[in-house]
Design a protein around this ligand. Sequence first.
Ligand SMILES: Cc1ncc(COP(=O)(O)O)c(C=O)c1O
Length: 383
Amino acid sequence: MLSCQKEFFNLKPEVHYLNNAYRAPLLKSSEEAGIQSLIKQRNPFDLKPDDFFDGVLEVRMSFGKLVNCRPSEVAVMPSTSYGFTSVLNNIKAGKKKKAIVVKEEFPSGYFSMERWARENDAELQIVEPDPSAEQKGENWNQRIIDAVDENVAVVLISSIHWMSGVKFNLKAIGEKCQKVGAYFIVDGTQSVGAMPMDIKEFRIDALVCAGYKWLLGPYSIALAYIGDKFVNGIPLEESWMNRVNARNFSSLSDYASEYEPGAGRFNVGETSNFIMMPMLKASLEQLLEWKPERIQEYAKQLDLPLRTFIKEIGGEVEEDDFLAFHLISPKLPSYLDVGRLKQKLEENQVFLSARGNNLRISVNVFNTVDDIQKLIEVVKEKL
Ligand SMILES: Cc1ncc(COP(=O)(O)O)c(C=O)c1O
């Protein structure tokens, strides 16, 4: 099993950072790549045309390995909202009259779908878990699968819920979408990198992931798998970089009518992103070495004592089959004031997110048993 990899990060030693779902700390290798590429900008005279494209290609290759697609099926973008709109603009409702999201989907996904539904005169159906059920995972997944019928044009869902950490059964939902002819769009931001992802197995049509969480990259780069259904799509913008002749700087104004094949047409303009792209490249390479399944296993072992403790004190944790172990959101006993607890935790250098009566605890390979023990210790003081 993977051991703790804290030495690969520059986190302050006294801090217990349990909030990777908010923003990942920088890897040392990524930080160094950023510094070196910044320094390179001092002297642009040896910048070759290929340099505008090769770094991007390496990132597309690495992301392809992570999610099981070809580099040509990967597009580089600034955010998930950009990715969702890029694909949704190419989906027509036709005779179908419904679109599906889940309750409390992240706003970038929700608003993209809300607009699509409005513009396509369709109903946006929001599927929620059974409010009376203690465990959400099983009944929520079943409700989603049942909701996907012949009337549904598109389903947009996160791979795991960004607040509760509930794991969605992408395989079953993807199969149902394929059966009824609905597009299946997935927001992988809160799991890709820390949990296995396979766009083929899950029959995903488009997968969009912000880079600054579990991909351990810088803020403002997102990566997307964009599948076959969109190969003839119309991108949001017309960048010279996405045309077949783009590497040939001396003939750019022989305007090529063809886009780069595959998902390349959806790349944001100035894709090269000379400082951040090498940072993301370093992060992806490290992730491929660690492997998402091993990171997930590490997280599962690490937060096991916490999950046990929460149950002992009368709190609730989602059952294992529907839990992403790197992001758990246990419900605390109602007599605990979560706001005050969070404040107390921060005084003790424990950083995480809180919502309602839930704490969102997200762990990665830089976390240690001590981080979890410190959290338990502070909660115990408040009991
Ligand atoms: C599930 C999910 N998707 C997307 C994002 C980021 O969205 P965007 O890239 O549109 O800013 C977040 C940020 O917290 C998130 O949790």
